[in-house]
Design a protein around this ligand. Structure first.
Ligand code: FAS
Ligand code: PHB
Length: 390
């Protein structure tokens, strides 16, 4: 098989790029190791920057998001028994975010791919990029006993943190930056009414908590837990009781509890691989970078990578202009590191660090008090949360 762009990974990054390229008549193939149902079974991000929402619309996949997604103009920070509202709309000259689950947007992307006859090949094994430093790269993969080959002009590594693409790059050609956090997030999805109309990020001496949602009948909650905890350590009752302890009394009293329909623990990590290009292979999304979910930047960072790659590929194939491809890594990393900083800052501001000395705890509390007292600090938080320009 021959295509112009070979994409490894059928998550949001790979599917979004595939859809955008196809709309421009640029031929591409997506290789996904799991089934569509498996990919759609993941519960992940919930907040979209306005830039991501615009990209969904440009990809002709925004209809359900616009109908079912919720526009949020602010969120709350709960602390000291009360809560303060962060006015995103007011501090960014009218910008906001869309609350719409990654599962749903991935479903929309899959359906759009299917409607256009897009080539998404599932249940592939042993995907291997070949000759990526030449002008004739290729991808091989196995289905059953058969090994197949796809010749392409470019390879996109959109295969997530544990994918094969980044690991294909020789260790002397890539530099990895990583920071691990001494806690994880225990997340619960429940068919209950969200406790608040807008998200609530809670800073508490027992640990961080987050009240989010997927709709007005589907809530998503998180509590910070030690890395040694397992899902088995947490019954639903234990989760709800701990969440209530970390929320202001009015929210704890109003919290509607119910059976968890999904429960998982995710470790928190900051990670960046540089550069995001090796030969004619480009890394995008979680394949190149990971953030702690505190700032809701994970999926949104993937969106800007895809935006840059999409425009670079269009310029290459339609104008013979390779400036975008040549500058992709530098351009993408400039925005990625700002998302890294913001995610680190939000995480450091709101979580309980078990090894903090008392002085660190005082600095953390002072950082929060300064934020809530300063228009400049609130504007900085808001412009990062709604999404810095692509
Ligand atoms: P993905 O990992 O989503 O997709 C990569 C795809 O490549 C997968 O489908 C995988 O099966 C496939 N693949 C991997 N190796 C392959 C191979 N060798 N061959 C073929 N296919 C291969 N972000 C937020 O903004 N907010 C959140 O709350 C949030 N919560 C998260 C919770 C968890 C547990 C995780 C893991 C991530 C979370 N994220 C969150 C980040 C998440 O949303 C990612 O940013 C997003 O999935 C990135 O999309 P992709 O880059 O497409 O990577
Ligand atoms: C979510 O709804 O899953 C979510 C929302 C905001 C975050 C992290 C996760 O910062």
């Amino acid at each position: 098989m021959k295509t112009q762009v070979g994409i490894i990974g059928g998550g949001p990054s790979g599917l979004m790029l595939s859809q955008l390229l196809d709309l421009q008549g640029i031929d591409n193939v997506v290789l996904e190791k799991h089934s569509r149902e498996y990919v759609l079974g993941r519960i992940r991000a919930g907040v979209l920057e306005h830039g991501f929402a615009d990209l969904m619309r440009e990809a002709q996949c925004g209809e359900r998001m616009d109908k079912e997604g919720e526009i949020h103009h602010g969120f709350y920070i709960a602390h000291g028994g009360g809560k303060d509202r962060i006015d995103l709309h007011g501090h960014t000259g009218g910008n906001s975010v869309v609350v719409y689950g990654q599962t749903e947007l991935t479903r929309d992307l899959y359906e759009a791919r299917e409607k256009m006859g897009g080539k998404v090949i599932h249940n592939v094994d042993d995907v291997k990029p070949h000759n990526i430093t030449t002008d004739a790269p290729s991808l091989t993969y196995r289905q059953g006993d058969e090994v197949k080959c796809i010749d392409c002009d470019y390879v996109i590594g959109a295969d997530g943190f544990h994918g094969v693409s980044r690991k294909t790059i020789p260790s002397d050609k890539i530099r990895e930056y990583e920071k691990l956090y001494p806690f994880g997030w225990l997340g619960v999805l429940s068919r209950t009414k969200p406790v608040s109309p807008e998200l609530v990020y809670a800073k508490h001496e027992r640990g961080f908590a987050l009240c989010s949602m997927r709709s007005q009948v589907l809530s998503r909650y998180y509590i910070q837990v030690p890395l040694t905890d397992t899902v088995e350590d947490w019954s639903d009752d234990a989760f709800w009781a701990e969440l209530k302890r970390r929320l202001p009394a009015d929210l704890a009293d109003a919290l509607e509890t119910g059976p968890s329909i999904e429960k998982s623990i995710a470790p928190l990590r900051s990670f960046v691989a540089e550069p995001m290009r090796y030969g004619n292979m480009f890394l995008a999304g979680d394949a190149a970078h990971i953030v702690p979910p505190t700032g809701a930047r994970g999926l949104n960072s993937a969106a800007s990578d895809i935006y840059y790659l999409y425009h670079a590929m269009v310029d290459h194939y339609k104008k013979g202009d390779d400036t975008g491809l040549e500058n992709y890594s530098k351009t993408a990393l400039a925005r990625i590191w700002k998302a890294q900083r913001f995610s680190w800052w939000m995480t450091t501001l709101l979580h309980k660090f078990p090894d903090n000395i008392p002085y660190d705890d005082k600095l953390q509390q002072t950082d929060l008090e300064y934020l809530l007292s300063s228009e400049a600090a609130l504007t900085s938080l808001a412009e990062n949360y709604v999404g810095l320009p692509f």
